[in-house]
Design a protein around this ligand. Structure first.
Ligand code: ADP
Ligand code: MG
Length: 347
């Protein structure tokens, strides 16, 4: 078979959004705060539970994975990373935690009590654990009981259990009972969007690892576009990858500004589309209701229309939570008129 080595890519995989770099420039402070919060657990003391929030694509997930990777190197604590798009019930969270600690549970068919006692047993035999629930809005909008269950564990287990929650939505805990919220004692870490120069540094680092060589000006142009399209680093990574592929196809010796220019018109935010696939069926229905009307509706009005569409309607509170979520990912607009909140679909 004819096999040609790439002249362009040194390590193409570095441009994959899933790739976890050796360093995360401009997140040093957040990483330090996170590590400081969790560190006591490695000495058998109680860690500080942490809530990380900020818009998509700015290193929230990368930072916790970075800290977990370091943590596992020098302590015998177990770190457990769960994404709530996949693990989206309290029972599933408890089961996955138990499995990660090396204890068997059946993913289906076990009652919550059984899983809970197995998890308690697993934690007792461990030196402690840190669990991260990423995109936790996916779980909390539907069901608060996971918080209650996680807190309850401490009544049975002496070994430290640290909790880290991540969400795009700073208000994800606002609907949670105050008693539970205060028991969690969350330390908050806000992730702010990157400036142009920060974006440029970050992409520069990735480009240097990914390509053998590239023209001066490539990274600035890409960073500028990523900022313009909403500040998601993934947009920048996608442009770099595509530009590299064009360079390869054209048999160029390095990645050039002209290659980037060919890619730019084709790169969109893409996020809303990704998110649309990831919203729940309830949320899709709510969007449909809003799209049909194309005007501002109060939550009461939406709820009335929603009730007519389904045989077993959820509570108004739940629908309000779903609408909050849709607003937080920019699929709907909200305004306040006096005490009334009105909503309409954006597209
Ligand atoms: P989110 O905030 O949505 O969780 P991610 O952590 O998934 O964002 O980051 C999106 C992409 O951007 C990932 O590929 C990640 O490696 C990269 N990234 C974000 N911030 C940095 C950074 N400071 N340094 C290097 N790469 C970064
Ligand atoms: Mg993330």
């Amino acid at each position: 078979m004819f096999f040609k080595e790439s002249k362009i890519f040194k390590r193409e995989e570095v441009l994959d959004p899933e790739y976890l770099p050796e360093v995360l420039p401009h997140r040093e402070n957040q990483i330090k705060q996170l590590a400081d919060n969790l560190l006591p657990a490695s000495e058998g003391r109680k860690p500080i539970n942490t809530f990380i929030f900020g818009p998509p694509g700015i290193g929230k997930t990368a930072s916790i994975k970075f800290v977990f990777r370091e943590f596992e190197k020098f302590s015998n604590l177990k770190t457990i990373y769960l994404n709530c798009w996949e693990v989206n019930t309290s029972l599933a969270v408890l089961s996955e935690m138990t499995l990660h600690l090396g204890f068997f549970v059946q993913r289906r068919g076990w009652a919550k009590d059984e899983v809970f006692s197995r998890l308690v047993e697993a934690l007792r035999k461990s030196k402690g654990a840190i669990v991260c629930l990423d995109e936790v809005d996916q779980l909390i909008y539907k069901d608060h009981s996971v918080l209650y269950d996680l807190l309850r564990i401490n009544q049975f287990v002496k070994t430290p259990l640290g909790l880290v929650f991540i969400s795009n939505d700073p208000f994800v805990f606002s609907g949670v009972e105050p008693r539970i919220r205060s028991s969690l004692r969350l330390d908050e870490i806000e992730f702010k969007p990157y400036s142009f120069l920060e974006m440029k540094d970050i992409l520069e680092e990735r480009a240097r690892e990914a390509f053998f060589s590239y023209e001066k000006g490539v990274v600035a142009l890409v960073a500028n576009h990523a900022i313009k399209k909403g500040g998601d680093v993934r947009v920048g990574l996608e442009i770099l990858l595509k530009a590299g592929r064009i360079a390869e196809r054209e048999n160029a010796s390095i990645v050039k500004v002209e290659h980037v220019k060919k890619v730019l018109p084709k790169v969109k935010e893409a996020k809303p589309e990704i998110l649309k696939e990831r919203i729940s069926d309830q949320e899709k229905l709510l969007l449909k209701i809003l799209k049909k009307r194309r005007r501002w509706l109060t939550i009461k009005e939406i709820y009335e229309k929603y009730k007519k569409e389904v045989s077993k309607p959820l509570s108004e509170r739940m629908i309000r939570n779903y609408l909050e979520h849709l607003a937080s990912i920019n699929l709907i607009d909200t305004i306040k008129e006096g005490k009334l909140i009105k909503v309409r679909s954006i597209a």
